[in-house]
Design a protein around this ligand. Structure first.
Ligand SMILES: NC(=O)c1ccc[n+]([C@@H]2O[C@H](COP(=O)([O-])OP(=O)(O)OC[C@H]3O[C@@H](n4cnc5c(N)ncnc54)[C@H](OP(=O)(O)O)[C@@H]3O)[C@@H](O)[C@H]2O)c1
Length: 484
């Protein structure tokens, strides 16, 4: 479809919309990338005039956008696109109101962004269909979490599929919108240099870390029932893992890339009762200090007194059983209230078969480090000769930076800008397909079942550290350490 698209945001008054979606849409307008976008219709349960919503949106945009990005003329053009409609998810009359605004033309482009409770997704889709506002040119964007386990995920997917085809369904994982994650494709498949060495002959291990300083205050019962494995590993970490490990796709089209990611997920060796103790570590933060500020422990937070079976940290060792990756451990870890906020992928190369510099303290194994946040960059850790007239050839470490910093600063954008733009244009490449999400849940469910059967202990760690000691031991038994 190449016509203009009306974007309807369910949850348009919520936190995600306020902090991320509306600022991202404003930025698209600022960069003159919103030509395919028509109206932006925000919905919430409260009665509100569009004028009042626009005022609220302006205040929030001024709060959440970098000051230098505020431009009165951009805002005026953006403001004119904004509408507000009151919709309670199960109230058919409210959808009729929406239909009056949208019209019921068969060909009008519509994008429904569901940024509300996932338990409402099925109901909202059905009501949209009943109101006659779903046509062949309509698409739906689904925010995470897509279920709590495989069964609930399937149930949401089935309900949505009654109304929207898979080609019209866009499942968000905002990690896929990050420039450096997409850069992985360019790095791996655009360079002759890396591709021949991207396998178990040359690579000894892969680490993926997503470390957060923030705790879980404000996420109440949702986090108590979820924990780090479901909240982060099932989606972000497994998506990144599949992009790192996938085979070269036939083309850069969405189907081909998603087919290859899917094969990786299918090759993940199950973690079961027999190996869960060696392969996983669960942790939970106790009181400590993060960024120089004292913070409470997880169980001391009002909403989490009883959440004794919820982990705020998980580390695990995954294996991908295929020809390329057999014997290469993929170490994943993520947690809350860690010492600093950063996400990175570390590709560690094997040592040379024989070293001429065996006694040199600077001898190192080469690493390719892909930083995803807070800064996005790629660097290759190598050695060269220490300069000078010394009689002996000495080594010194050198980091080769593979990103163009000046361009990075100039073209920096938020992941939601990329993903909203792609959804408006109908490009599914950076969105998760149903089989990917369900296969990921299948693998995660096995770990959770093994934890339940094994009575796996959750290890405490002080807030402001990098997790429990057991996470260090998980990788140390293989003669390795986490890249810090
Ligand atoms: N916030 C984030 O950073 C973030 C990140 C990733 C994913 N997500 C996901 O995005 C979704 C929204 O999160 P959020 O943090 O924005 O939640 P939130 O701040 O609690 O907002 C919820 C939104 O849903 C609307 N809503 C609630 N019940 C409704 C109902 N019965 N019918 C119609 N609308 C209803 C609310 O409207 P009113 O209250 O105005 O009626 C509000 O706009 C969730 O699925 C969340 O997991 C959020």
């Amino acid at each position: 479809m190449s016509q203009k698209v009306d974007l309807v945001i369910f949850g348009g008054t919520g936190d995600l919309s306020t902090r991320k979606l509306l600022p991202a849409l404003y930025q698209l307008q600022r960069h003159n990338l919103a030509d395919r976008l028509n109206r932006i219709i925000a919905t919430g349960r409260g009665e509100m005039e569009t004028g009042a919503f626009r005022l609220e949106a302006q205040a929030n945009l001024e709060k959440y956008l970098p000051r230098e990005n505020w431009d009165e003329s951009v805002w005026e053009a953006f403001r004119d696109r904004l509408e507000y409609v009151k919709i309670d998810a199960d109230n058919a009359d409210d959808y009729r109101q929406l239909a009056r605004l949208l019209g019921t033309a068969d060909t009008a482009g519509r994008l429904y962004y569901l940024a509300t409770l996932p338990s409402l997704y099925g109901e909202i889709c059905q009501q949209l269909q009943d109101a006659g506002v779903v046509n062949d040119a309509s698409r739906v964007v689904l925010e995470k979490p897509l279920g709590h386990d495989l069964e609930s995920c399937r149930s949401i997917n089935q309900q949505v599929a009654r109304v929207f085809d898979e080609e019209a369904t866009f499942r968000i994982d905002h990690y896929l919108g990050k420039e450096t994650v997409q850069n992985l494709l360019a790095l791996r498949f655009g360079n002759q240099l890396f591709h021949p060495m991207w396998n178990n002959t040359f690579i000894s291990s892969v680490q993926i870390t997503v470390a957060e300083e923030i705790g879980v205050a404000g996420r109440g019962s949702y986090y108590a029932d979820t924990g780090a494995l479901r909240d982060m590993v099932q989606n972000h970490l497994l998506q990144v893992l599949s992009l790192v490990a996938m085979e070269p796709p036939a083309t850069l089209k969405a189907t081909d890339i998603r087919d290859e990611k899917m094969k990786v997920l299918r090759c993940l060796e199950p973690i079961t009762e027999s190996n869960v103790k060696e392969r996983t570590v669960r942790g939970r933060y106790t009181a400590g200090a993060v960024g120089g500020r004292a913070v409470k422990g997880f169980l001391e937070e009002d909403a989490f007194h009883d959440a004794e079976n919820t982990e705020t940290f998980v580390a695990l060792k995954a294996s991908i059983n295929n020809w390329r990756w057999a014997g290469v451990p993929f170490y994943l870890r993520t947690g809350k209230r860690l010492s600093r906020r950063y996400s990175e992928i570390v590709i560690e190369y094997r040592q040379q078969p024989f070293s001429l510099f065996a006694n040199d303290p600077q001898e190192l194994t080469n690493k390719l480090v892909i930083h995803l946040q807070p800064e996005e960059s790629i660097s290759l850790h190598t050695v060269n000769k220490k300069p000078g007239l010394t009689s002996k050839l000495r080594l010194q470490p050198v980091e080769l930076h593979l990103t163009d910093e000046s361009q990075n600063k100039r073209d920096k954008y938020d992941a939601y800008e990329r993903l909203l733009l792609d959804a408006i244009h109908g490009d599914q490449t950076l969105f998760m397909r149903r089989d990917e999400v369900e296969t990921a849940w299948h693998w995660i469910d096995s770990i959770i079942a093994a934890w339940d059967d094994n009575g796996s202990a959750i290890k405490p760690y002080n807030a402001g550290t990098m997790g429990p000691n057991a996470a260090t031991a998980l990788i140390a038994v293989d003669g390795r350490s986490w890249h810090e």
